[in-house]
Ligand binder design. Structure first.
Ligand SMILES: Cc1cc2nc3c(=O)[nH]c(=O)nc-3n(C[C@H](O)[C@H](O)[C@H](O)COP(=O)(O)OP(=O)(O)OC[C@H]3O[C@@H](n4cnc5c(N)ncnc54)[C@H](O)[C@@H]3O)c2cc1C
Length: 309
């Protein structure tokens, strides 16, 4: 990145936020993989984000939003342009409480899903129990329509707020977000700044019970102690990607440090020193085997960004 572009980023923040240049993305992905991004920027407010995006746009610098990197594979050559983290914007607040105990809740995009769930549990608000054991931030959760068998963001979200590439604020209602299974139509270059949810009242003990069941179920089935990004592929209609991969005999298959987890075949893990290249090679091996045996092409759930080394 040119020095004048770096200076323009610093000027746009005007002291309200932080920036590091040539930041290794491996520090910001749960897979612990990824080359450097030119600029890693944490605006301190939505106003600073708007100024930053407008300045980037004016200079032809691509900027995009990232959460906690729990659904992300960054290629080994890293990312050209600006990666924006909303880690400084993490508030969760009740905006309105009705007589029946239900509420309208505002979530800043940088709030972690764990914080959202514990806040709502404390306030006896249901509807987000599905977040038990799902890592990430609200921003990433909206982009991905994160969820489990207990539900997904689509079920409870009334509005998503974002800042577009030119630095303009945009508000979308639920229908305009186009939420589907692990997908939304929110444009990939919009940066989500927050979301409004409508949540029903639910006794805290009930919430605790279903979340505990969900967590126990996950603990028994999922790999532990190795960097991963959860499920790599989406489940095809009426099928489980993990079952198809397992039936191809691929559990334990490795390319370099990337491995099909012996614990769960839809989790490709970083078993040690994996590169994005290893990962993408293993993805293609898995896909080819599943196509050959079942004539089903698996679609990636994980988002792949950046350029090859
Ligand atoms: C152990 C483990 C278990 C998991 N289990 C589940 C599960 O049960 N269900 C499920 O749905 N997912 C699961 N996941 C995947 C992941 O938790 C979700 O997809 C999560 O919503 C990603 O959030 P994030 O903040 O980490 O997003 P990131 O991984 O940082 O980003 C994901 C995508 O969203 C974009 N993005 C992120 N934040 C913003 C923003 N503010 N504005 C614009 N774009 C943004 C990124 O550019 C990228 O395209 C799991 C992951 C792990 C590691």
């Amino acid at each position: 990145m040119r020095d004048e572009d770096k200076q323009a980023i610093v000027d746009a923040l005007a002291g309200d936020g932080e920036v590091t240049f040539d930041e290794p993305m491996a520090r910001h992905t749960t897979l612990r993989i990824g080359g450097p991004v030119d600029a890693w920027v944490a605006p301190g407010s939505v106003a600073a984000l708007e100024r930053l995006r407008a300045a980037c746009h004016a200079r032809g610098l691509v900027s995009r939003g990232f959460g906690s990197g729990s659904n992300l594979l960054v290629r080994d050559g890293g990312i050209r342009g600006v990666a924006i983290t909303l880690r400084k914007l993490g508030n969760v607040t009740i905006e309105k409480r009705d007589a029946d105990g239900s509420a309208v809740v505002w979530l800043d995009a940088g709030a972690s899903t764990g914080k959202v769930l514990s806040f709502c549990t404390r306030e006896s608000l249901g509807g987000v129990e599905f977040l038990g054991g799902v890592p990430g931030t609200v921003g990433g959760g909206m982009i991905m329509n994160a969820g489990t068998y207990l539900g997904e963001f689509k079920d409870v979200t009334t509005e998503v707020h974002a800042v577009d590439e030119r630095g303009e604020a945009v508000v979308r209602d639920n229908a305009a977000c186009g939420f589907r299974y692990r997908h939304s139509d929110i444009p990939p270059l919009d940066v989500v700044t927050g979301a409004r949810l409508r949540l029903p009242s639910r006794p805290r003990e009930e919430i605790d019970k279903v979340v505990r069941e969900l967590r126990d179920r996950r603990k028994a089935r999922e790999p532990h102690g190795v960097p991963n990004a959860g499920s790599i592929f989406k489940n095809p209609p009426n099928e489980f990607a993990g079952r198809l991969i397992e039936q191809c005999g691929l559990k334990g298959r490795r390319v370099g440090g990337a491995e099909v987890s012996p614990a769960h075949a839809n989790w490709l893990v970083n078993a040690g020193g994996a590169t994005a290249k290893d990962f993408l090679e293993l993805v293609e091996i898995v896909r080819a085997a599943v196509v050959e045996r079942f004539a089903i092409r698996l679609e990636l759930e994980v988002k792949v960004v950046g350029e090859d080394a």
